[in-house]
Ligand binder design. Structure first.
Ligand code: 3PG
Length: 317
């Protein structure tokens, strides 16, 4: 026979942290504390082998905290108890939003929580390339160079603030942000992507990947860049058109590409364009303890707030 305690135990909500690329252990501990203090069960699956393991793990979870993990329709269908998925991070292109909406599952992100980490990486990659990948030969400085920020969201704004400290001249293009908002940061707002690319030797991408932005960084834009052009991509691999990338590498010996993820066409770049590219071995823009803690805590709190108060701030579907 059930008593009250048994009933409560049976109904305990389960929050599953599902991360192929694990958070820093300190972030996991903090997430666990929030979840347990709310009276929910905490569960962790890191470095899983593939989708089958993920699909099995979600079967009894009420809430998921994920990173770039692929939450497909199949995953959402396997999660028969799922009510909420929180992407601990900014981009949610890894989640099937239509499927989630059809199933009544709320999807959220944690905007801004890992922005500084990504911005620091973008700046450090610019320095690394400007200094010839630290090969000992004289490089160049960032001071006085023009930096174009393509999309002025949380990460773009941080990049601008840090780059100012380097003495760079900052420009930005973002059709979704009012000109006044950009200019009050001391950043010159331009009216088109064309103007940004034709003005700036460095362009740093901070666009989300969606149907409109995929492959949008095309030959027309890259060919407009001034001499010694460097494209910095800590956004998403998919926003750069790879046919364009190969063409620009071959026709402009001054073009450089630094990215937090290797393009699919990496095989056609390595060995051919040495000294003109750098790709992180693993996407690491948000890989700092601070970013993991910020995004992880925000995700856990958002889940508790949703279950306890129906708070849907940061819902993206
Ligand atoms: C984001 O969208 O927040 C970043 O790309 C970080 O992704 P990650 O959590 O997979 O490192």
């Amino acid at each position: 026979m059930f008593n009250f305690l048994t009933l409560k135990f049976v109904k305990m909500k389960k929050v599953l942290v599902l991360t192929a690329k694990p958070f820093a252990p300190v972030a996991v501990e903090k997430i666990k504390k929030i979840v347990n203090e709310a009276g929910y069960e905490f569960s962790l699956l890191e470095k899983y082998a593939g989708q089958p393991e993920l699909i099995e793990a979600v079967s009894d979870a009420d809430a998921l905290i994920i990173r770039s993990d692929k939450v497909t329709r199949e995953v959402l269908e396997a999660g028969v108890n799922l009510k909420i998925v929180v992407r601990a991070g900014a981009g949610y292109d890894n989640i099937d939003l239509d499927a989630a909406t059809e199933k009544g599952i709320v999807v959220m992100n944690t905007p801004g929580q890992n922005s500084n980490a990504v911005a620091e990486l973008a700046m450090s990659m610019m320095v690394y390339m400007a200094r010839n990948l630290f090969d000992g030969a004289p490089g160049t400085e960032l001071r006085g160079k023009k930096l174009g920020i393509h999309a002025y969201g949380n990460v773009g704004k941080h990049v601008g603030a840090i780059a100012k400290g380097f003495g760079m001249e900052i420009y930005a293009f973002d059709p979704f942000i009012p000109k006044e908002t950009i200019e009050k940061d001391g950043v010159k707002c331009v009216d088109s992507a064309e103007e940004l690319y034709s003005t700036c030797q460095y362009v740093s991408l901070h666009l989300p990947a969606n149907e409109k932005t995929k492959k949008s960084i095309n030959y027309q834009l890259l060919s407009m860049m001034p001499a010694c052009a460097t494209l910095v991509n800590t956004a998403r691999k998919e926003v750069v058109c790879e046919e364009t990338l190969l063409k620009i590498f071959s026709v402009r010996s001054d073009f450089k590409y630094i990215s937090d993820f290797a393009p699919d066409c990496i095989g056609e770049i390595i060995g051919k364009y040495e000294g003109r590219y750098f790709f992180s071995p693993k996407k690491m823009g948000a890989q700092t303890s601070e970013a993991n803690i910020n995004a992880g805590i925000a995700a856990a709190n958002q889940i508790v707030s949703y279950f306890e108060k129906g708070d849907t701030t940061f819902q993206v579907n």
